[in-house]
Ligand binder design. Structure first.
Ligand SMILES: *Cc1c(COP(=O)(O)O)cnc(C)c1O
Length: 461
């Protein structure tokens, strides 16, 4: 074993915890493109957005200048129940890989909902409550976001209506029950409750649903129910802002021991954990104070950053949400069944998309059987059972560490371990039984999906 002058787990004292979220946009020279109104093609103001989102969240969404947003005391108290999240030095993994690399991971699975999503869920529920709303609606795919939001709403006494993608509603009954334990109502999507749900069911009876469709349903219910707003667990700028807590804590913990990562890696679904993890480090890079490599890892079956196009697109299947400029596979793209439910979104955060377009963020995609092999290797080395989503980052971190073994370089690698895999044992079972497949879409399929991108020439702006 290496000489452990760095502890296995680096914690922060309460007094050392971040008191403000960091808004990376403030330091970006090329700002992410604004959300557009799908009816007019005009940029949406905070006021336009506040018919769907809470007012304060709408303000955060469009603010690209304020660098720091103080975290309200109530949210800080909630954070103290499960934060700081540990920063772990993966000594056992390093040993097993026989690598000279130093590997650290920031573990966000340390709360009942099991992922980083709680960091933004509590913020969004707090602003809804402060605005005097009765409740919020949302969608959930794999179930992590719905669980996180249920917990946050229960804490604040808000109603929570979750539209859960039907396949996962059926495959993950325990996730559903956790949400109900925290008082949320959970509906399988598409449902007969909404106009968009009924339309989709008529066109595709027996469909297992999709995230884009569940979003459309949740938005419709929010806009038609007085006292409700819609909240979203990823992609949006406001979510990146709240998730900056991950990177701020990680950086504070590393600074305590004078550790400087060379490579920072995260899985990317809608981009919130990666955006949050890299935020303060990317800020330094943008200000010319330090340099890092940043790597986004996505599934080969849903490769928005690596094979998508950088264009304005619909955020949902029903085309009711604002248009976002992002790397996208097209809102009609239905990824092949992949067990990392949280990484199946067709688009990507506009902030991360802009960083990618500017050459500041690398992106790779990996096939799922290799991801599960890495997950199992990690579980056996480090003890923690990782979520399939998080295991994309594990896979990339292990590959970098192996490269270091081959070149003898002593790089420092930091990756985000976003959650635990207890509700994903069906996927692990498939892997163990050798029944997991690696579907990679053909260029032809991706090109076909692009034909559904909105025709921007129709807007006179
Ligand atoms: C939702 C989720 C992700 C992916 O979402 P991002 O917004 O890209 O972070 C990754 N890991 C876990 C455990 C998740 O629940």
């Amino acid at each position: 074993m290496a000489n452990k002058e760095i502890p296995y787990k680096i914690y922060l004292e309460e007094s050392e915890m971040p008191k403000a979220w960091y808004n990376l946009r403030a330091d970006m020279k090329n700002k992410p493109a604004p959300l557009l109104d799908p009816a007019t093609g005009k940029p949406m103001t905070a006021e336009d957005l506040s018919s769907v989102f809470c007012e304060e969240l709408a303000r955060q969404e469009v603010d690209e200048d304020t660098a720091y947003f103080p975290i309200p005391d109530e949210i800080l108290s909630f954070y103290k129940m499960y934060r700081p999240a540990p920063l772990v030095r993966a000594y056992c993994l390093e040993e097993k890989l026989k690598t000279p690399a130093k590997i650290y991971y920031k573990f966000e699975g340390n709360n009942t909902s099991g992922s980083h999503k709680l960091n933004s869920a509590i913020a969004q529920a707090y602003y809804a409550k402060k605005q005097g709303l009765v409740g919020v609606t949302t969608e959930t795919g794999a179930g992590q976001w719905g669980t996180a939001l249920s917990m946050a709403c229960a804490y604040l006494g808000l109603d929570c209506k979750v539209y859960m993608v039907k396949v996962s509603y059926e495959q993950k009954p325990f996730r559903r029950e956790v949400m109900r334990t925290y008082g949320a109502s959970v509906t399988a999507s598409p449902s007969m409750n909404t106009q968009v749900g009924r339309q989709i069911l008529e066109k595709h009876p027996g469909t297992g649903g999709s995230l884009g469709c569940a979003i459309s349903e949740a938005v419709e219910v929010a806009t038609n129910t007085p006292g409700y707003r819609y909240v979203l667990g990823s992609v949006l700028n406001q979510v990146m802002l709240h998730q900056s807590i991950i990177g701020l804590e990680a950086k504070a913990a590393m600074d305590k021991y004078d550790i400087k990562p060379d490579i920072i890696i995260g899985c990317a679904g809608g981009g919130s954990n990666l955006g949050g993890l890299i935020a303060p480090f990317m800020g330094e890079k943008l200000r010319g104070e330090a340099d890092y490599r940043f790597i986004a890892v996505e599934p080969a079956s849903c490769p928005s950053l690596t094979r998508g196009t950088f264009a304005y697109d619909y955020c949902d299947t029903g085309m009711v949400c604002p248009l976002a400029k992002m790397y996208t596979l097209g809102s009609n793209y239905i990824p092949a069944p992949n067990h990392a439910g949280g990484l199946r979104y067709h688009g990507m955060s506009p902030i991360l998309s802009q960083l990618r377009a500017d050459g500041l963020l690398e992106a790779i995609s990996v096939p799922q059987t290799e991801v599960f092999a890495a997950a199992e290797f990690f579980a056996r080395a480090e003890g923690t059972l990782p979520a399939p989503e998080s295991s994309h980052a594990i896979k990339a971190a292990i590959d970098e560490a192996i490269r270091c073994r081959e070149t003898g370089e002593e790089k420092t690698i930091l990756f985000g371990l976003t959650g635990t895999g207890y509700f994903d044992m069906y996927a692990y079972e498939k892997f163990h039984d050798g029944k997991m497949t690696d579907y990679v879409p053909t260029d032809e399929e991706i090109k076909t999906a692009f034909t559904y991108l909105p025709d921007m020439t129709k807007y006179d702006v």
